[in-house]
Ligand binder design. Structure first.
Ligand SMILES: NC(=O)c1ccc[n+]([C@@H]2O[C@H](COP(=O)([O-])OP(=O)(O)OC[C@H]3O[C@@H](n4cnc5c(N)ncnc54)[C@H](OP(=O)(O)O)[C@@H]3O)[C@@H](O)[C@H]2O)c1
Length: 264
């Protein structure tokens, strides 16, 4: 057994799906724990990995341990398993707000600890993960962590002070983009297009626009201007987005997300 996940909900499932799809690990090399039988059954059906209801078994069997429960259960879960942790383990947190110092203190002994913020697009190999490490993490560990996160998307090593920024930039923002796509599709359906086709058009437009930002390196405002022909239709929509406060709504949403993360 190589990798263990304590908690296997939405985020862990997305990460493991990416890891398996990429062929980084075999199903038999990953063990996950859930709180309930229903959770175990879900992990078996969706992922086919080894499952248990015993968190301690995960730490006994694997050396890389992802803590992937909800933030409010981190302390409880760490207390349950911390006496089994050794310097051979690499402990990985995926929780916003829980600092390396907090994790070290709760584990109660010097450990190799990684803090990361992945996102659910990991499920389709298009994740974005920010990673920060403590001083005991070796170059070899960091390379292994990067191999894991690269298996389901892109990876950036960042200073810990930027973790709350990563939380809103990529951890949470897929939710906002899904809301944007849903709202676009509603309007398109109102124009007469069937819903499924509306999602196909709107999601591809979002994907294409994101690719243009990444691949051209041009300023997003510049790319927006390219779409807005003088006296055309697009600029009318831009006027409405400005009127209804789109920029400020997005700014406030990401700020609220980052601020909440700091308090967890
Ligand atoms: N969702 C995201 O997009 C995202 C992005 C970045 C980071 N994160 C972070 O990832 C972590 C997990 O979030 P999530 O969205 O995956 O949550 P989730 O879908 O609610 O999953 C939580 C998982 O934890 C299990 N669990 C709860 N208590 C447990 C315990 N005492 N022992 C073992 N397992 C336990 C649950 O099992 P049952 O199913 O059996 O109840 C479930 O599998 C959070 O810290 C979150 O902040 C999430």
């Amino acid at each position: 057994m190589k990798v263990g996940f304590i908690g296997c909900g939405n985020m862990a499932t997305a990460m493991i799906s990416g890891m398996l799809k990429n062929g980084l690990y075999e199903k038999e090399e990953i063990i996950v724990s859930n709180l309930t039988e229903a959770g175990s059954k879900r992990s078996q059906e969706k992922l086919g990995v080894v499952t248990t209801l015993n968190n301690r078994e995960v730490v006994e069997k694997a050396k890389v341990i992802f803590l992937a429960v909800k933030p409010q259960f981190y302390e409880e879960v760490i207390n349950e398993v911390k006496d089994l942790f050794t310097l051979e383990h690499l402990v990985v947190s995926i929780c916003p707000g829980k600092t390396l110092a907090w994790l070290e203190e709760k584990c109660g002994q010097p450990l190799r600890i990684v803090r990361m913020m992945p996102n659910t697009p990991a499920m389709v190999g298009a994740g974005m993960t920010g990673v920060t490490i403590n001083e005991r993490v070796t170059d070899e560990d960091a390379a292994m962590v990067k191999a894991i996160t690269d298996s389901f998307g892109k990876t950036e090593f960042i200073p810990e002070r930027l973790m709350d920024a990563v939380n809103c930039a990529s951890g949470a923002s897929p939710a906002y983009v899904f809301m944007f796509i849903e709202a676009m599709a509603d309007a398109v359906v109102a124009q007469g297009m069937p819903r499924k086709q509306a999602y196909a058009f709107c999601s591809q437009a979002v994907l294409g626009a994101a690719k243009m930002v990444q691949e051209t390196g041009r300023h997003p405002g510049d790319l927006k201007d390219m779409v807005c022909s003088p006296a055309g239709t697009t600029i009318e929509g831009v006027r409405m987005l400005e009127k209804y406060g789109m920029r400020s709504a997005v700014y406030e949403a990401l700020t609220a997300c980052a601020e909440k993360g700091k308090k967890l």
